[in-house]
Design a binder for this molecule. Sequence first.
Ligand code: IMP
Ligand code: MG
Length: 184
Amino acid sequence: MTTPPPLTPDNAQVKTLLEASAIQARIETLAGEIFPRLQEQVVVVALLKGAYVFTADLVRALSKQGAKMSIQFMVLSSYGAGTVSSGRVQVKLDCDEDLTGRQVLLLDDILDSGNTLSFAVDHLKQKGATEVLTAVLLDKPARRTTPAQADFVGFAIDNLFVVGYGIDFAEHFRDRADVGFIQP
Ligand code: IMP
Ligand code: MG
């Protein structure tokens, strides 16, 4: 018997999971849910790279609601052999705004094991944030290994490997307007 070739961005079959129009509609409602919880001048902290498209759309929807904010970025990386997260997270690029006494709205693309989000919340509190609200575009509750919960979730999804709308497979597919899943 021949073994199947390894899955690569070139041979991966991507099927739409969430249409671009459905994502846009959800972001508008999400902004309506988040806005009442925001203080006067919130610091939005987006985790690069995955959350860059989600952030661009959500901050403009929040702005339409009347929110006032500054926007900062962090790059975190988790160590591990292959695709398995070791649970250890490292700060590669830190948020450079003074967070002392500030409310933070932390944005990420996907809440998966929970390691990244729980690390980021602790890190931002250590930097002086008084409150860290969290919003993720996608939540895979079945994959949680670290207790973590987002205050706001765009879509709860099954345990699928997803791409598009900023999310990559080996740096491919971030430019897709929809969220697709790779067929196993
Ligand atoms: P966690 O620390 O395991 O919760 O990992 C969250 C991060 O893993 C996300 O911000 C993504 O960067 C990445 N990730 C998790 N699931 C997927 C996926 O289905 N496709 C692409 N990246 C993913
Ligand atoms: Mg990420």
